[in-house]
Design a protein around this ligand. Structure first.
Ligand code: NAD
Length: 488
């Protein structure tokens, strides 16, 4: 067994402890299929203890009103992550199968830095605004608008970029004064339980404010979001599960933030640097084996340039093979699990049934007999109507589709149930910008510009989600608004 400094215990009401029922489940390295270790398998009794702890910490302590203390705690947590960065980096590569190179950005270092950003935001935030006097109904009154924490937040997260998503919820939720129960994906429990250990051992965050509830049972997530003691749900994952989360939250009319799937378009206009654009599209879809909701997975190119674009994209894809994620040069590691590889391979079979062809890839890479690897794949010969062009695959799979000019490209980009991200390429930035403005999506890059940053709100239009994560908008997701008035 490889020792990568994991953590088997849950964090419940201030205590690092095993599951009440004593059960555990394994966490596996997706690049080697090796069992890394075990983690406590949280059950209904543990959920109950998390809910009681989070409720008490919110209702009976000064956590929600003491901004300076919260800011200090968030900075302590950032410092704790930084002090253990190399150990956590190794754990992340081992448990997530993330390419090492990505841990220096979105997979670890950027989310840790974002804790500092949100602490600064809370410190300088205008929690109460004086609106002065008015005389509604003839009664002279002095008015204020105050922002307050929502209460107990249930954060339910997936496995693809666990630190990014865990901390993009925990940071603003705590900065805003909420208490939190984090239920990570069963595939990446250690990324969350290590966070719990840092909270318990290296910060002054009071008991009950942060609870980490790993479980092999999706039903625990479902019971958590339905519970009446939870005031707000913050969920990232598939659109299918997002729908269920919204349904279960409806009974108690909780606030619901959802960050869901995507099938984003990479639009190349006819004056663009075709080779540069295609190389970027290829590189993007290989990154972390395509396991990113905002990754562009439909490449829309001018019809007369289709052959050239196809050859150019395939050439770059074939130079970015799926490989060992511990190698600093790797861009495409494994997918998370055998189940996820099955799912991706199911879509590859579907592409052929739908009449598509593999320009490159389409199978498992040679010479890697252990690990859940999939070859970077370019699918040609299909239209935007194909299921593989409409459904989220979450693997290194790109579909190339011809368009007939800017209006058609916009129509194709928008002809999707999703609206999470996108990219537009043109030699004329104003033309690219005009096309980008017409695409119904929450984030979009122009000629390779990157929007990912702690101060940028991220989220989806249409079935890609509800609300925004990160940025001021992401922080304000976790706040209520209270209006007050007294006689002037
Ligand atoms: P999922 O949506 O099923 O699970 C995400 C989280 O929700 C996990 O923590 C899970 O335990 C929990 N969960 C499952 N059912 C729940 C329920 N009824 N109520 C509350 N919580 C519940 O995602 P997955 O199984 O990890 O992956 C399935 C597919 O989702 C992937 O193949 C991929 O297409 C997609 N995915 C999308 C994203 C994204 O950011 N958009 C991230 C990961 C996976």
């Amino acid at each position: 067994m490889t020792v990568v400094g994991g953590e088997s215990r849950l964090l419940i009401d201030g205590e690092l402890r095993p599951a009440a029922g004593g059960g555990t489940f394994e966490t596996v390295n997706p690049a080697t299929e090796e069992v890394l270790g075990v983690v406590a398998d949280g059950g209904p009794d543990d959920l109950e203890a998390c809910l009681a702890g989070a409720r008490r910490a919110f209702d009976e302590t000064t956590w929600s009103t003491d901004v300076a203390f919260r800011v200090r705690c968030l900075r302590q947590l950032q410092a704790a992550f930084s002090a253990h960065a190399e150990e956590i980096r190794a754990l992340t590569v081992a448990e997530v199968g993330s390419p090492l190179s990505l841990t220096y950005s979105a997979q670890l270092d950027d989310p840790v830095a974002s804790l500092g950003w949100v602490a600064d935001l809370a410190e300088g935030y205008e929690w109460e605004r004086d609106l002065g006097e008015a005389a509604p109904l003839g009664i002279p009154s002095h008015r204020w608008v105050r922002r307050e924490a929502t209460g107990v937040v249930a954060a339910v997260t997936p496995w693809n970029v666990p630190h990014q998503i865990n901390l993009a919820k925990l940071g603003p939720a705590l900065a805003a004064g909420n208490t939190l129960i984090l239920k990570p994906a069963p595939d990446t429990p250690w990324c969350a339980t290590v966070l719990g250990r840092l909270v318990a051992e290296e910060t002054d965050i009071p008991a009950g404010v942060v609870n980490i509830l790993a479980s092999s049972d999706h039903g625990i997530g479902s019971a958590l979001v339905a519970d009446r003691r939870v005031d707000q749900v913050s969920f990232t994952g598939s659109t299918a599960t997002g729908r269920k989360v919204m349904e279960s939250a409806a009974a108690t009319l909780k606030r619901v933030f959802l960050e869901l799937g995507g099938k984003s378009a990479f639009v190349v206009l006819d004056d663009a640097d075709l080779r540069g654009a295609c190389a970027t599209a290829a590189f993007t879809v290989c990154t972390h084996a395509g396991q990113g909701c905002a990754i562009t997975t439909r490449l829309l190119v001018p019809r007369r340039l289709l052959d050239e674009a196809t050859a150019s994209t395939a050439k770059v894809l074939s130079k970015l093979p799926a490989a060992d994620p511990t190698d600093p040069g790797t861009i495409c590691g494994p997918v998370i699990s055998a189940r996820q590889r099955d799912r991706v391979e199911g879509y590859l079979r579907l592409a052929v049934e739908e009449g598509g062809t593999f320009v490159t890839g389409g199978g498992r890479p040679e010479g890697l007999d252990r690990g859940f690897f999939v070859e970077p794949t370019l699918i040609g010969g299909l239209t935007n109507e194909a299921r593989v062009a409409r459904e989220e695959i979450f693997g290194p799979v790109l579909v190339i589709i011809p368009h007939d000019g800017d209006d058609d490209a916009v129509a194709l980009a928008n002809d999707s149930p999703y609206g999470l991200s996108g990219s537009v390429w043109s030699a004329d930035p104003a033309r690219a910008r005009a096309v980008a403005n017409r695409i119904r999506t929450g984030t979009i890059g122009i000629n390779g510009g990157l929007w990912y940053s702690p101060d940028i709100p991220f989220g989806g239009y249409k079935q890609s989600g509800v609300g925004r994560e990160m940025g001021v908008a992401g922080f304000e997701e976790y706040l209520e608004t209270k209006s007050l008035a007294e006689p002037a």
